[in-house]
Structure formats: structure tokens, C-alpha cells
Design a protein around this ligand. Structure first.
Ligand SMILES: [Fe+2]
Ligand SMILES: [Fe+2]
Length: 474
């Protein structure tokens, strides 16, 4: 078990062949997916050959193969970590029952909603990033962008498989709708806020892959605990791919900081076309906080239901000692419109979104530490910080309240006056557009605002020809 059948039109390890109806339904969806990819995927690079990683197995070691492929020929497929047989529901009211191999009728609508919400983020991010190739800082980065994009496409496949396989006609309709909504569209936007924000410069892209893909990591971890076994196994395999997306973001920002620190020794980084550290901080503040919103309300009956029903667990649920979430409280700070603090005690189940957000925040703290080590090693004494979780929120109990990045209630007048110091602003965007005004397509060439990576992909050199253009571009 583990290897994937590549002879099929849709590579898979779910024995698609034995379910002809499902196979036909997915084969009918496939051309619509390709059409969406051509319309909304990376703009202008569909004929070029990209050094991509393709999943060829679901074994822990050696699951991927690298080679040059045209993106429309990428083998998107359906891969789940293998069926373990013995799995149980590990938390909530059904704890100890056999994990479900079919959708429990009572949870059908809830589960479909969870899958659609996750599925919607995957094509959304591809749409957000579709113009970035035209301003890539190097071939290495261009390849990484496309790797992230094709894998988000595969994650869409993963969710669409679940919809088609387990939700009948409703599922098929939802699968079509996933190709119809558009990031940022006024009439038919993507479901979640951060996935409608423009991501049209590389500083945003690296923040997005650090912070927004990391939200994905925690959602997938919580769903990989699910009592609905096919969802758990699907999310497990998606996590393998997700790690690279966060690597791209984290190392991208580290390389920007490296360059900024070097230039600061000579003067203002802007004079050299580099990105100053305070601008990086403003981008972090923006993308981190819009990503915090993705976790949903702090006090949530939906979250309580998801947990109670055994559909969505906590981060590393199986490693915890207590799995009912009952008889415990979560203490939450709340504020009224005047900034008066109240302490609310929530039943733990209702606070499950916040519990997951806690795990995410702790992970993000580690990322900031690693960036600060990069700055320190490069001889720069500026420290980046993670803003307080009450700052710049649009969802939940802090939504719209005027907190500063340190978490102090400052009032609306101060907030409005200071906003541009805290969040990436119009002037920053104009500057970024001015330095990211042309692509770097020659192997080994890097933009002035980023350091080369310490090493290449899959053991290749950093000046390897990661993208072979169909028609010469340099
Ligand atoms: Fe994804
Ligand atoms: Fe991702």
C-alpha cells in the first residue's frame, strides 16, 4: 500500500476504478478544474516547464518525485494516508466508537460545511497569487510559487473527492461552486476574509505562506483528528505538502531580512532597493491578524458542536489526556466599546476555536524568534514582534475595537491616526511595486531586495534552471 496508480486519468490511491460512478463524476469535474486552472491559475506560465515535486506515493519516506513539467500536465490526484482499520473516534460524545467510514446522517450538513470551507481556501490562494510570476525575484522563487500553487490545486482535489464520494448530489453541486467563486469578487467572493485580500507583491506572498498557510496547518491538524476517517486521512496527507508552503514563506522573509540587515550597515535599505525591517513588521501585522480571524469566534456554539460530534478535534488531540472537553472552563478577556475589561468564563467546548488559535499563536511566536535570530546574526539589533491577538481584528469579540499592536485599548481616534504606522500602507505598497517592477528570470540572478537562499530545492544548486521557458524571456 502506499503507491499511487498513475495509469489512471486521475492518479489515486483510493481504488477509484472500483467505483465507476464516482470515477465518471470526477472525470466530469476534471475539465472544469483544468479550465479554472487556465483561467485563474498562474498567469502566463502554462507552457513553461517547472521543476515540480509530484506526489507519487503516500509513504512517509520518498513520497515525492521531482522533474520538469508543464503546470497543466501536473498529475493532480487523490491521495489519502492508508486506511488503518482500527481507528476510533478519539474525542467528544462518540469517543470510543469505531471511526466512521461513511458520513453519519446526523452530522451530514455540518461535515459538508467543514469540507466546503476548507476546500474554498485552496483555489482562493491560487487566484490571489496568480500575477506574482511576473515580478519573481529569481527562478528559484518562481518555482516555489508554482509548487505552492499546484499543491493548493491538489488540496482542492482532495476536498472535492470527499464531496463527490460522500455527499451525493449536494456534494457535486458544492464541488462546482468551488470553481465558481472568485477571490476578491464583489458578487461571488471566497468564503473567508483573508482569502479575498489581494496578494500582489512578494512580501505579501511570503507573509501569506507563513501566516495564512499556517492557519491551514492548524485547521488540517484539527481535522486530521476527525472521527470521520476519510477526512482525517485526507488532511493527514495534505499536511505533508503544507510544510513546504510554510518553509517558502518563512525562508522568504528571512532572506528579505538578511538583505535589509546587510544594507542597513551602509545606510537606508531603501536607497539600495531593499525592504526596511519596519515595513516587514507592518506586513506581518497585517497578514498575521487577518489569519487570526480565520479561526472563527472565540465563543462558538459551532465549535462546541464540531468537537462534541467528534468531527473536529484540538491540535494533537490524541496526545492530550482528556478528550471530552466537559466540566472545564476557558477564561477569555472581553472588552466593551469603552475599553472596559470583563473576564468571561466559557465552557471549554465553546472555546475550541480559541484553543486552536492558542496553538497557532505559539507556533507563530517561534517563527518570529527565528527571524530575530536571522537579524541578530546579520548584526541588526531591531527585533520583530508578533502583534497582540486583539489588534486589527475583524472577527470575534475584538472585532472593530481599537487596540494597538501591544494589545492596549487606544480609542478610535488614536487607532485611525496610527493605523498606517502599524499596518502595511499605501506608501509601502507603492514602494514595493517600484522595487518589484520586473522579473528575474536568469538562473542564479536575484532581485536587490532578497538574499539568495542558502541551498536549492531537492539538492539542486541555487542557480539551477528551475523553470525552463517555452520561449526565451531574457
Ligand atoms: Fe492547502
Ligand atoms: Fe498551503
Amino acid at each position: 500500500m502506499g503507491s499511487i496508480d498513475y495509469q489512471e486519468r486521475i492518479p489515486n490511491n483510493v481504488d477509484l476504478q472500483s467505483d465507476k460512478r464516482l470515477q465518471r463524476a470526477l472525470e466530469a469535474w476534471q475539465p472544469d478544474f483544468i479550465q479554472w486552472w487556465m483561467d485563474m491559475g498562474p498567469d502566463g506560465f502554462q507552457q513553461d516547464e517547472v521543476y515540480l515535486r509530484t506526489a507519487v506515493s503516500v509513504d512517509k519516506d520518498g513520497w515525492a518525485q521531482f522533474g520538469h513539467v508543464k503546470m497543466p500536465d501536473y498529475r493532480w490526484g487523490i491521495f489519502l494516508t492508508p486506511f488503518e482499520g482500527e481507528r476510533k473516534v478519539n474525542f467528544g460524545d462518540h469517543m470510543g466508537d469505531e471511526a466512521w467510514q461513511a458520513v453519519p446522517g446526523e452530522h451530514r450538513n455540518t461535515l459538508r460545511r467543514i469540507i466546503v470551507t476548507q476546500g474554498d481556501t485552496e483555489p482562493a490562494s491560487v487566484e490571489q497569487q496568480r500575477q506574482l510570476g511576473h515580478t519573481c525575484p529569481s527562478l528559484y522563487d518562481l518555482r516555489n510559487l508554482f509548487q505552492v500553487n499546484v499543491e493548493e490545486g491538489r488540496h482542492l482535489w482532495a476536498m472535492v473527492y470527499l464531496l463527490h464520494r460522500y455527499f451525493g448530489r449536494d456534494g457535486r453541486e458544492e464541488a462546482e461552486a468551488l470553481l465558481e467563486r472568485r477571490s476578491g469578487d464583489v458578487d461571488s467572493p471566497r468564503i473567508l476574509g483573508a482569502f479575498n485580500e489581494p496578494c500582489d507583491d512578494w512580501l505579501s506572498f511570503f507573509c501569506f505562506t507563513t501566516f495564512t498557510d499556517r492557519d491551514g496547518k492548524y485547521q488540517l491538524r484539527a481535522l486530521s483528528e476527525s472521527g470521520f476517517d476519510p477526512l482525517a486521512r485526507t488532511c493527514n496527507f495534505m499536511l505533508t505538502e503544507e510544510a513546504h508552503h510554510m518553509f517558502v514563506g518563512q525562508t522568504g522573509i528571512a532572506r528579505i531580512l538578511q538583505k535589509a540587515a546587510e544594507r542597513m550597515k551602509e545606510g537606508d535599505p531603501r536607497d539600495f532597493g531593499a525592504i526596511p525591517v519596519d515595513m516587514v513588521q507592518r506586513a506581518i501585522n497585517f497578514w498575521y491578524t487577518v489569519s487570526l480571524d480565520l479561526f472563527g469566534g472565540e465563543d462558538s456554539s459551532n465549535a462546541a458542536n464540531f468537537f462534541g460530534a467528534g468531527l473536529k478535534g484540538r491540535d494533537r488531540e490524541t496526545e492530550l489526556t482528556e478528550h471530552t472537553g466537559l466540566g472545564q472552563i476557558y477564561t477569555l478577556e472581553k472588552y466593551d466599546a469603552e475599553g472596559n475589561k470583563q473576564v468571561a468564563e466559557l465552557p471549554l467546548r465553546r472555546a475550541m476555536n480559541e484553543v486552536l488559535r492558542d496553538a497557532y499563536v505559539a507556533d507563530c511566536e517561534k517563527v518570529i524568534k527565528s527571524w530575530n535570530r536571522t537579524l541578530e546574526k546579520a548584526g541588526c539589533d531591531i527585533e520583530l514582534t508578533l502583534p497582540d491577538r486583539k489588534f486589527h481584528r475583524a472577527q470575534g469579540v475584538y472585532a472593530g475595537l481599537p487596540f494597538d499592536p501591544q494589545g492596549r485599548f487606544v480609542g478610535h481616534a488614536t487607532y485611525e491616526a496610527k493605523k498606517d504606522e502599524w499596518l502595511i500602507n499605501a506608501e509601502d505598497k507603492a514602494y514595493l511595486a517600484s522595487i518589484m517592477n520586473k522579473p528575474h528570470y536568469a538562473p542564479g540572478q536575484y532581485a536587490d531586495w532578497i538574499s539568495p537562499p542558502p541551498r536549492g530545492i531537492n539538492g539542486q544548486d541555487i542557480d539551477y534552471e528551475y523553470v525552463r521557458f517555452a520561449t526565451p524571456r531574457i
